[in-house]
Design a protein around this ligand. Structure first.
Ligand code: DP6
Length: 400
Protein backbone atom coordinates (compact mmCIF):
# COMPACT_ATOMS: atom_id res chain seq x y z
CA UNK A 1 0.00 0.00 0.00
CA UNK A 2 1.31 3.45 -0.89
CA UNK A 3 2.16 5.57 2.13
CA UNK A 4 -0.22 8.34 3.06
CA UNK A 5 0.42 11.82 1.74
CA UNK A 6 2.76 13.84 3.92
CA UNK A 7 0.64 15.87 6.31
CA UNK A 8 2.55 19.03 5.63
CA UNK A 9 5.11 19.79 2.90
CA UNK A 10 6.59 23.23 2.54
CA UNK A 11 9.21 24.55 0.12
CA UNK A 12 11.18 27.73 0.69
CA UNK A 13 14.22 29.49 -0.70
CA UNK A 14 16.90 31.44 1.16
CA UNK A 15 19.73 33.73 0.06
CA UNK A 16 23.50 33.82 0.41
CA UNK A 17 24.94 36.70 2.41
CA UNK A 18 28.37 38.26 2.26
CA UNK A 19 29.80 39.91 5.37
CA UNK A 20 31.32 43.37 5.10
CA UNK A 21 32.17 43.32 8.82
CA UNK A 22 33.35 39.75 9.38
CA UNK A 23 32.33 37.19 11.97
CA UNK A 24 35.38 35.20 13.03
CA UNK A 25 35.54 33.48 16.40
CA UNK A 26 33.08 32.02 18.90
CA UNK A 27 32.86 32.66 22.62
CA UNK A 28 30.58 29.61 23.01
CA UNK A 29 30.97 26.79 20.50
CA UNK A 30 27.83 24.86 21.50
CA UNK A 31 25.47 27.81 21.30
CA UNK A 32 27.41 29.39 18.40
CA UNK A 33 27.87 32.75 20.09
CA UNK A 34 30.36 35.06 18.34
CA UNK A 35 33.14 37.16 19.87
CA UNK A 36 32.06 40.15 17.78
CA UNK A 37 29.04 41.49 15.94
CA UNK A 38 29.01 41.35 12.12
CA UNK A 39 27.19 43.01 9.22
CA UNK A 40 26.33 41.57 5.83
CA UNK A 41 24.70 42.20 2.49
CA UNK A 42 22.07 39.70 1.35
CA UNK A 43 22.61 38.66 -2.27
CA UNK A 44 19.79 38.27 -4.77
CA UNK A 45 18.24 34.82 -5.07
CA UNK A 46 17.86 35.13 -8.83
CA UNK A 47 21.57 34.28 -8.93
CA UNK A 48 22.34 32.39 -5.71
CA UNK A 49 19.94 30.51 -3.50
CA UNK A 50 19.17 27.37 -1.59
CA UNK A 51 15.79 25.68 -2.06
CA UNK A 52 14.53 23.38 0.70
CA UNK A 53 11.46 21.19 1.08
CA UNK A 54 10.51 19.82 4.49
CA UNK A 55 7.71 17.30 4.91
CA UNK A 56 6.23 15.56 7.94
CA UNK A 57 4.09 12.45 7.94
CA UNK A 58 3.04 9.87 10.48
CA UNK A 59 4.33 7.28 7.97
CA UNK A 60 7.93 8.47 8.27
CA UNK A 61 9.96 6.29 10.61
CA UNK A 62 13.05 8.48 10.96
CA UNK A 63 14.30 11.98 10.27
CA UNK A 64 16.12 12.03 6.90
CA UNK A 65 17.91 14.65 4.83
CA UNK A 66 19.14 14.88 1.23
CA UNK A 67 21.55 17.59 0.07
CA UNK A 68 21.88 18.16 -3.66
CA UNK A 69 20.26 14.76 -4.23
CA UNK A 70 22.52 12.77 -1.89
CA UNK A 71 21.35 11.45 1.46
CA UNK A 72 23.41 12.88 4.34
CA UNK A 73 23.88 11.76 7.93
CA UNK A 74 21.00 13.27 9.87
CA UNK A 75 22.89 12.70 13.12
CA UNK A 76 25.34 15.53 12.37
CA UNK A 77 25.43 17.60 15.57
CA UNK A 78 24.59 20.89 13.83
CA UNK A 79 21.62 19.45 12.05
CA UNK A 80 20.42 17.86 15.27
CA UNK A 81 20.81 21.18 17.09
CA UNK A 82 18.59 22.91 14.49
CA UNK A 83 15.93 20.20 14.66
CA UNK A 84 15.93 20.22 18.47
CA UNK A 85 15.73 23.98 18.61
CA UNK A 86 12.84 24.35 16.13
CA UNK A 87 10.89 21.58 17.87
CA UNK A 88 11.49 23.30 21.20
CA UNK A 89 10.09 26.57 19.80
CA UNK A 90 7.11 24.69 18.35
CA UNK A 91 6.36 23.01 21.71
CA UNK A 92 6.67 26.36 23.45
CA UNK A 93 4.11 27.78 21.05
CA UNK A 94 1.70 24.92 21.62
CA UNK A 95 2.00 25.09 25.39
CA UNK A 96 1.24 28.81 25.12
CA UNK A 97 -2.28 27.68 24.14
CA UNK A 98 -2.01 28.09 20.40
CA UNK A 99 -3.74 25.06 18.87
CA UNK A 100 -2.44 25.39 15.35
CA UNK A 101 -2.92 22.04 13.58
CA UNK A 102 0.65 22.17 12.27
CA UNK A 103 1.83 21.83 15.86
CA UNK A 104 0.43 18.29 15.78
CA UNK A 105 3.31 17.34 13.54
CA UNK A 106 5.67 17.56 16.47
CA UNK A 107 5.52 13.84 17.07
CA UNK A 108 6.13 13.05 13.37
CA UNK A 109 9.49 12.50 11.74
CA UNK A 110 10.65 15.00 9.12
CA UNK A 111 12.15 14.52 5.67
CA UNK A 112 14.21 17.38 4.23
CA UNK A 113 15.62 17.86 0.73
CA UNK A 114 17.78 20.83 -0.15
CA UNK A 115 19.53 22.00 -3.33
CA UNK A 116 21.87 24.89 -4.09
CA UNK A 117 22.10 26.55 -7.47
CA UNK A 118 25.83 27.19 -6.89
CA UNK A 119 28.85 25.02 -5.88
CA UNK A 120 28.70 23.81 -2.27
CA UNK A 121 31.66 24.59 0.02
CA UNK A 122 33.46 26.67 -2.60
CA UNK A 123 33.62 29.70 -0.34
CA UNK A 124 30.25 30.95 -1.56
CA UNK A 125 28.58 30.77 1.87
CA UNK A 126 26.48 27.74 0.99
CA UNK A 127 26.13 26.76 4.64
CA UNK A 128 24.63 30.16 5.47
CA UNK A 129 21.92 29.89 2.82
CA UNK A 130 21.43 26.20 3.61
CA UNK A 131 20.84 26.53 7.35
CA UNK A 132 18.78 29.72 6.97
CA UNK A 133 16.59 27.85 4.51
CA UNK A 134 16.33 24.84 6.83
CA UNK A 135 15.33 27.03 9.79
CA UNK A 136 12.82 29.03 7.75
CA UNK A 137 11.23 25.98 6.10
CA UNK A 138 10.94 24.01 9.35
CA UNK A 139 9.39 27.08 10.97
CA UNK A 140 6.65 27.02 8.32
CA UNK A 141 6.10 23.29 8.83
CA UNK A 142 5.82 23.59 12.60
CA UNK A 143 4.01 26.94 12.61
CA UNK A 144 6.78 28.76 14.48
CA UNK A 145 6.59 32.54 14.16
CA UNK A 146 9.23 33.69 16.63
CA UNK A 147 12.75 34.90 15.78
CA UNK A 148 14.70 32.14 14.03
CA UNK A 149 18.21 33.50 14.64
CA UNK A 150 18.96 30.83 17.20
CA UNK A 151 17.81 27.94 14.99
CA UNK A 152 19.83 29.11 11.98
CA UNK A 153 22.83 30.11 14.09
CA UNK A 154 23.10 26.63 15.59
CA UNK A 155 23.61 25.31 12.07
CA UNK A 156 26.17 27.92 11.02
CA UNK A 157 26.75 31.27 12.68
CA UNK A 158 26.56 33.35 9.52
CA UNK A 159 23.26 31.64 8.59
CA UNK A 160 21.27 33.87 10.95
CA UNK A 161 22.11 36.83 8.69
CA UNK A 162 20.52 35.05 5.68
CA UNK A 163 17.11 35.20 7.43
CA UNK A 164 16.64 38.77 6.21
CA UNK A 165 17.02 40.67 2.97
CA UNK A 166 18.97 43.86 2.39
CA UNK A 167 21.60 44.81 4.94
CA UNK A 168 21.71 42.73 8.09
CA UNK A 169 23.58 42.86 11.38
CA UNK A 170 24.15 39.97 13.75
CA UNK A 171 24.37 41.46 17.20
CA UNK A 172 26.78 39.42 19.27
CA UNK A 173 24.69 39.87 22.42
CA UNK A 174 25.90 39.72 26.00
CA UNK A 175 23.91 36.95 27.62
CA UNK A 176 25.45 33.57 28.33
CA UNK A 177 22.33 31.80 27.01
CA UNK A 178 22.58 33.62 23.66
CA UNK A 179 19.00 34.90 23.68
CA UNK A 180 20.19 38.34 22.63
CA UNK A 181 22.56 37.07 19.90
CA UNK A 182 20.21 37.80 17.03
CA UNK A 183 20.13 39.00 13.44
CA UNK A 184 18.30 42.19 12.55
CA UNK A 185 17.73 44.09 9.32
CA UNK A 186 19.61 47.39 9.10
CA UNK A 187 18.05 48.44 5.76
CA UNK A 188 15.79 46.64 3.26
CA UNK A 189 16.90 45.45 -0.20
CA UNK A 190 15.24 48.44 -1.86
CA UNK A 191 17.39 50.88 0.13
CA UNK A 192 20.40 51.10 -2.21
CA UNK A 193 19.23 50.08 -5.72
CA UNK A 194 22.45 51.13 -7.47
CA UNK A 195 24.63 48.72 -5.49
CA UNK A 196 25.97 45.76 -7.48
CA UNK A 197 27.90 42.69 -6.41
CA UNK A 198 30.31 40.71 -8.58
CA UNK A 199 31.51 37.31 -7.46
CA UNK A 200 34.85 36.50 -9.04
CA UNK A 201 35.07 32.73 -8.88
CA UNK A 202 38.72 31.79 -8.85
CA UNK A 203 38.37 28.25 -7.62
CA UNK A 204 35.36 26.00 -7.34
CA UNK A 205 37.20 23.46 -5.21
CA UNK A 206 36.43 22.55 -1.62
CA UNK A 207 38.35 24.71 0.85
CA UNK A 208 41.35 23.49 2.84
CA UNK A 209 40.43 24.73 6.35
CA UNK A 210 36.76 24.95 7.24
CA UNK A 211 35.50 28.08 9.04
CA UNK A 212 34.63 26.26 12.26
CA UNK A 213 38.07 24.71 12.77
CA UNK A 214 39.84 27.82 11.46
CA UNK A 215 38.12 30.22 13.84
CA UNK A 216 38.65 27.87 16.79
CA UNK A 217 42.43 27.94 16.23
CA UNK A 218 42.30 31.72 15.75
CA UNK A 219 40.45 32.21 19.07
CA UNK A 220 43.00 30.00 20.82
CA UNK A 221 46.15 31.55 19.37
CA UNK A 222 45.69 34.99 17.76
CA UNK A 223 46.19 38.06 19.97
CA UNK A 224 45.25 40.18 16.95
CA UNK A 225 41.82 38.53 16.81
CA UNK A 226 41.12 39.45 20.46
CA UNK A 227 42.22 43.03 19.81
CA UNK A 228 40.02 43.16 16.71
CA UNK A 229 36.92 41.88 18.53
CA UNK A 230 37.32 44.15 21.54
CA UNK A 231 38.79 47.32 20.14
CA UNK A 232 38.10 47.51 16.40
CA UNK A 233 34.77 45.94 15.47
CA UNK A 234 32.42 47.91 17.78
CA UNK A 235 33.29 51.24 16.12
CA UNK A 236 33.31 49.62 12.66
CA UNK A 237 29.78 48.27 13.15
CA UNK A 238 28.50 51.76 13.88
CA UNK A 239 30.44 53.27 10.98
CA UNK A 240 29.28 50.60 8.52
CA UNK A 241 25.64 51.09 9.55
CA UNK A 242 26.08 54.81 8.91
CA UNK A 243 27.62 54.21 5.46
CA UNK A 244 24.68 51.97 4.55
CA UNK A 245 22.08 54.37 5.93
CA UNK A 246 23.59 57.32 4.02
CA UNK A 247 24.49 55.26 0.93
CA UNK A 248 28.07 56.50 1.30
CA UNK A 249 29.78 54.26 -1.27
CA UNK A 250 33.43 55.32 -0.73
CA UNK A 251 33.01 54.94 3.05
CA UNK A 252 31.27 51.57 2.66
CA UNK A 253 33.87 50.36 0.18
CA UNK A 254 36.94 51.37 2.18
CA UNK A 255 35.64 49.85 5.40
CA UNK A 256 34.66 46.65 3.59
CA UNK A 257 38.19 46.24 2.22
CA UNK A 258 39.85 47.09 5.54
CA UNK A 259 37.70 44.64 7.43
CA UNK A 260 38.36 41.85 4.95
CA UNK A 261 42.08 42.56 5.18
CA UNK A 262 42.00 42.53 8.96
CA UNK A 263 40.14 39.23 9.02
CA UNK A 264 42.80 37.68 6.77
CA UNK A 265 45.50 39.25 8.94
CA UNK A 266 44.04 37.44 11.98
CA UNK A 267 44.20 34.23 9.94
CA UNK A 268 47.90 34.81 9.35
CA UNK A 269 48.30 35.68 13.05
CA UNK A 270 46.78 32.30 13.91
CA UNK A 271 49.27 29.58 14.80
CA UNK A 272 49.72 27.48 12.72
CA UNK A 273 48.74 30.17 10.22
CA UNK A 274 45.72 29.90 7.97
CA UNK A 275 45.69 31.37 4.51
CA UNK A 276 42.59 31.50 2.41
CA UNK A 277 43.80 33.87 -0.30
CA UNK A 278 45.51 32.66 -3.45
CA UNK A 279 47.82 34.47 -5.85
CA UNK A 280 44.77 35.27 -7.95
CA UNK A 281 43.00 36.76 -4.89
CA UNK A 282 46.00 39.03 -4.33
CA UNK A 283 46.00 40.03 -8.00
CA UNK A 284 42.34 41.03 -7.63
CA UNK A 285 43.23 43.17 -4.58
CA UNK A 286 45.94 44.86 -6.64
CA UNK A 287 43.58 45.38 -9.58
CA UNK A 288 40.93 47.02 -7.38
CA UNK A 289 43.41 49.43 -5.83
CA UNK A 290 44.88 50.35 -9.23
CA UNK A 291 41.40 50.86 -10.65
CA UNK A 292 40.45 53.15 -7.76
CA UNK A 293 43.75 55.05 -7.94
CA UNK A 294 43.22 55.63 -11.67
CA UNK A 295 39.82 57.19 -10.97
CA UNK A 296 41.06 59.15 -7.97
CA UNK A 297 38.18 57.78 -5.87
CA UNK A 298 37.02 54.53 -4.32
CA UNK A 299 34.70 53.07 -6.94
CA UNK A 300 35.18 49.36 -6.25
CA UNK A 301 35.72 47.24 -3.13
CA UNK A 302 36.75 43.62 -2.57
CA UNK A 303 36.03 41.26 0.27
CA UNK A 304 37.11 37.63 0.79
CA UNK A 305 35.68 34.99 3.12
CA UNK A 306 37.26 31.66 4.05
CA UNK A 307 38.31 30.98 0.46
CA UNK A 308 40.03 32.61 -2.52
CA UNK A 309 36.93 33.90 -4.37
CA UNK A 310 36.61 37.67 -4.43
CA UNK A 311 33.31 39.44 -3.87
CA UNK A 312 33.39 42.91 -5.37
CA UNK A 313 31.02 45.80 -4.65
CA UNK A 314 30.49 48.68 -7.08
CA UNK A 315 27.74 51.05 -8.13
CA UNK A 316 25.99 49.97 -11.33
CA UNK A 317 27.60 52.57 -13.60
CA UNK A 318 31.09 51.35 -12.65
CA UNK A 319 30.40 47.67 -13.38
CA UNK A 320 30.99 47.53 -17.19
CA UNK A 321 34.42 49.15 -16.98
CA UNK A 322 35.47 47.04 -14.01
CA UNK A 323 34.37 43.82 -15.73
CA UNK A 324 36.40 44.88 -18.80
CA UNK A 325 39.39 45.41 -16.49
CA UNK A 326 38.94 41.90 -15.02
CA UNK A 327 38.79 40.44 -18.54
CA UNK A 328 41.95 42.33 -19.41
CA UNK A 329 43.88 41.03 -16.37
CA UNK A 330 42.39 37.50 -16.42
CA UNK A 331 41.63 36.68 -20.06
CA UNK A 332 39.03 33.88 -20.19
CA UNK A 333 40.69 30.66 -21.36
CA UNK A 334 38.08 28.82 -23.34
CA UNK A 335 34.66 29.86 -22.12
CA UNK A 336 34.67 33.49 -23.25
CA UNK A 337 30.92 33.57 -23.72
CA UNK A 338 30.22 31.93 -20.35
CA UNK A 339 32.62 34.21 -18.46
CA UNK A 340 29.82 36.42 -17.20
CA UNK A 341 26.77 34.93 -15.50
CA UNK A 342 23.81 36.62 -13.83
CA UNK A 343 22.83 40.21 -14.49
CA UNK A 344 23.72 41.45 -17.97
CA UNK A 345 26.74 43.75 -18.19
CA UNK A 346 27.26 45.62 -21.48
CA UNK A 347 30.76 45.27 -22.96
CA UNK A 348 32.81 48.48 -23.04
CA UNK A 349 36.31 49.12 -24.39
CA UNK A 350 39.05 49.75 -21.85
CA UNK A 351 40.87 53.06 -22.24
CA UNK A 352 44.59 52.92 -22.99
CA UNK A 353 45.24 54.95 -19.82
CA UNK A 354 43.52 52.36 -17.66
CA UNK A 355 45.26 49.51 -19.48
CA UNK A 356 48.59 51.17 -18.78
CA UNK A 357 47.71 51.62 -15.12
CA UNK A 358 46.65 48.01 -14.67
CA UNK A 359 50.08 47.13 -15.94
CA UNK A 360 50.07 43.47 -14.94
CA UNK A 361 51.05 40.35 -16.78
CA UNK A 362 47.68 38.92 -17.73
CA UNK A 363 46.87 35.66 -15.91
CA UNK A 364 44.73 33.61 -18.33
CA UNK A 365 42.05 31.62 -16.56
CA UNK A 366 42.87 33.11 -13.12
CA UNK A 367 39.26 34.17 -12.74
CA UNK A 368 37.09 31.29 -13.97
CA UNK A 369 33.88 33.27 -14.24
CA UNK A 370 31.99 36.21 -12.77
CA UNK A 371 28.49 36.13 -11.27
CA UNK A 372 26.91 39.59 -11.44
CA UNK A 373 24.20 40.11 -8.86
CA UNK A 374 22.66 42.70 -6.53
CA UNK A 375 21.18 43.12 -3.08
CA UNK A 376 18.16 40.89 -2.58
CA UNK A 377 15.28 39.87 -0.32
CA UNK A 378 15.19 37.35 2.51
CA UNK A 379 13.72 33.82 2.49
CA UNK A 380 10.58 33.16 0.43
CA UNK A 381 7.85 30.53 0.58
CA UNK A 382 7.13 28.85 -2.77
CA UNK A 383 3.37 28.34 -3.01
CA UNK A 384 3.48 26.20 -6.18
CA UNK A 385 3.28 22.51 -5.12
CA UNK A 386 5.33 21.61 -8.21
CA UNK A 387 8.27 23.29 -6.52
CA UNK A 388 8.48 20.57 -3.86
CA UNK A 389 11.74 18.62 -3.96
CA UNK A 390 10.06 15.67 -2.20
CA UNK A 391 7.38 13.56 -3.87
CA UNK A 392 4.15 12.42 -2.22
CA UNK A 393 6.05 9.39 -0.91
CA UNK A 394 8.37 11.74 0.98
CA UNK A 395 11.41 10.81 -1.10
CA UNK A 396 13.38 13.17 -3.37
CA UNK A 397 11.89 13.62 -6.81
CA UNK A 398 14.29 12.35 -9.51
CA UNK A 399 15.46 15.86 -10.50
CA UNK A 400 16.12 16.99 -6.89
C1 DP6 B 1 34.64 34.22 6.97
O1 DP6 B 1 29.26 30.91 9.69
O2 DP6 B 1 30.69 29.43 8.22
O3 DP6 B 1 32.45 33.83 6.15
O4 DP6 B 1 29.56 29.35 12.63
O5 DP6 B 1 31.49 27.82 12.39
O6 DP6 B 1 29.54 27.62 10.83
P1 DP6 B 1 30.39 28.55 11.69
O7 DP6 B 1 31.13 29.53 10.69
P2 DP6 B 1 30.58 30.31 9.41
O8 DP6 B 1 31.71 31.44 9.33
C2 DP6 B 1 31.68 32.45 8.38
C3 DP6 B 1 32.95 33.20 8.42
C4 DP6 B 1 33.16 34.19 7.31
C5 DP6 B 1 32.77 35.60 7.75
C6 DP6 B 1 31.30 35.92 7.84
O9 DP6 B 1 30.48 35.38 7.06
O10 DP6 B 1 30.96 36.77 8.68
Amino acid sequence: MAPEKPVVAVTCTAPVNIAVIKYWGKRDEDLVLPINSSLSVTLHQDQLKTTTTAAISKDFTEDRIWLNGREEDVEQPRLQACLREIRRLARKRRSAGDEDPAALGLSYKVHVASVNNFPTAAGLASSAAGYACLAYTLAQVYGVESDLSEVARRGSGSACRSLYGGFVEWQMGERADGKDSIARQVAPESHWPELRVLILVVSAEKKLTGSTAGMRTSVETSPLLRFRAESVVPARMAEMARCVRERDFPGFAQLTMKDSNQFHATCLDTFPPISYLSDTSRRVVHLVHRFNAHHGQTKVAYTFDAGPNAVVFALHDTVPEFVAAVRHCFPPESNGDKFLKGLPVPPVPLSDELKAVLDVDPTPGGVKYIIATQVGPGPQILEDPHAHLLGPDGLPKPAA
